[in-house]
Design a protein around this ligand. Structure first.
Ligand code: CA
Length: 303
C-alpha cells in the first residue's frame, strides 16, 4: 500500500502570471522557475527562504543548468547563456529567428548534455511550433515539426526513451532516444490524457519511470504510468491552471509545482487566490534525479 501524499504547501506569497519550468540546482540548493509572460526568472533557496526575481527583457520559455554556474535561457529573442547573478547574457542559438510570431516554450537538457526546447505560436496557431535540439557547440537541429504547443520533456531512467507532450494533441509521445548521437526515432503515442483530466502541460519523471504531469485547467498534478496509460495518483491543487513540476530538495523528493493565473476573469481570479503560486509537496514519497547539465559530459554521472 502506498503511503498517502503529504498535503501541498504554498511556498511564497508571490503569484506568477504564467509560472513555469521549475528546475532544481542541487549544487546551490536553488529552485529556479520562470514567469514566461512577465519575462522573469525566479530563484528560491529553501535553506535560507531567499527569493529573488530578475527581469530578462524578453519572454522566457524555460531555463536550464549548465556545467558551470551559468544557466541557459530560452528567450523569445534567442537561446542565451545567462549569468544568474549579474543577468549578463550571451547568445547561443536562435533557430526561430525568422518566426516573429512564435516564442520558445518548455525546454530541458537531456542525457548527453544537449538542450531540447520547443516552441509555439503566440496566437497558438495549430502546428506552428517545433522541437529543437541545441548541441553544446550551439548548433540547432529541428527534430519535430508541426507541433501545436510544445511542452513537457522527460527521459526514462534508463535514458532510452524521450517522453514529449504536445498539449493540444492531449498526447504524451514516446521516442527511442540515442544518447550518443541525440537522434530520436520510432515516434509513437504513449497515451492520451482524457478530456476530464485537463490539458497536459509540463512534466517530470520519477525513479520508477512514472510521469508526473501538470494538468492545465485540471486542478492537479497526476502520476501516470507511460506503459499502460493508467493514472496512478492525482494531487488536487487550489488552482485550475497547473503548469509544470520537478523534484527538488536535498533528497530530490520534494515535488515543486508551478501554476498560472493568465486568462482567468476577475471573478475567477478572486476565487483562486493561489493561482500563480509555487507549491511544494515536501517529502512526497517519490523522488527524481538531478537535472542534466548543458555541455556534457556525454555520459552524465549517475545520481
Ligand atoms: Ca508549459
Amino acid at each position: 500500500m502506498a503511503t498517502p501524499l503529504p498535503p501541498y504547501q504554498v511556498v511564497l506569497p508571490h503569484r506568477c502570471t504564467l509560472g513555469e519550468g521549475p528546475l532544481w540546482d542541487a549544487r546551490t540548493g536553488t529552485l529556479y522557475w520562470v514567469d514566461i509572460l512577465e519575462s522573469q526568472l525566479h530563484s528560491y533557496r529553501p535553506a535560507s527562504a531567499q527569493h529573488q526575481t530578475r527581469n530578462l527583457g524578453s519572454l522566457v520559455g524555460a531555463v536550464a543548468l549548465t556545467q558551470t554556474r551559468g544557466l541557459l535561457a530560452a528567450l523569445q529573442n534567442g537561446v542565451v547563456l545567462l549569468d544568474p547573478d549579474t543577468g549578463v547574457q550571451a547568445p547561443l542559438a536562435h533557430p526561430e529567428a525568422h518566426l516573429s510570431g512564435n516564442r520558445y516554450n518548455d525546454g530541458q537538457v537531456g542525457p548527453g548534455g544537449r538542450f531540447w526546447v520547443g516552441s509555439m505560436a503566440l496566437d497558438e496557431a495549430p502546428g506552428a511550433g517545433a522541437l529543437y535540439r541545441i548541441d553544446p557547440d550551439g548548433t540547432a537541429h529541428t527534430v519535430v515539426e508541426g507541433v501545436g504547443i510544445s511542452n513537457g520533456l522527460a527521459w526514462s531512467p534508463d535514458q532510452l526513451v524521450l517522453y514529449y507532450i504536445d498539449s493540444p494533441e492531449r498526447a504524451v509521445f514516446a521516442f527511442d532516444y540515442d544518447m550518443q548521437t541525440g537522434v530520436l526515432s520510432r515516434r509513437r503515442v504513449a497515451f492520451r490524457i482524457p478530456e476530464k483530466e485537463g490539458v497536459p502541460d509540463g512534466m517530470c519523471i520519477d525513479a520508477e519511470g512514472m510521469l508526473w504531469i501538470a494538468h492545465w485547467d485540471g486542478w492537479q498534478v497526476a502520476r501516470w504510468n507511460p506503459y499502460t496509460g493508467e493514472k496512478l495518483l492525482g494531487v488536487s491543487l487550489p488552482a485550475a491552471r497547473i503548469t509544470s513540476c520537478c523534484f527538488g530538495g536535498a533528497h530530490l523528493d520534494d515535488l515543486y509545482i508551478t501554476s498560472a493565473r493568465i486568462g482567468l476573469d476577475p471573478e475567477t481570479r478572486e476565487a483562486q487566490p493561489e493561482a500563480g503560486a509555487l507549491f511544494v509537496l515536501p517529502g512526497c514519497g517519490f523522488s527524481g534525479r538531478e537535472p542534466f547539465r548543458f555541455g556534457g559530459p556525454l555520459i552524465p554521472e549517475k545520481t
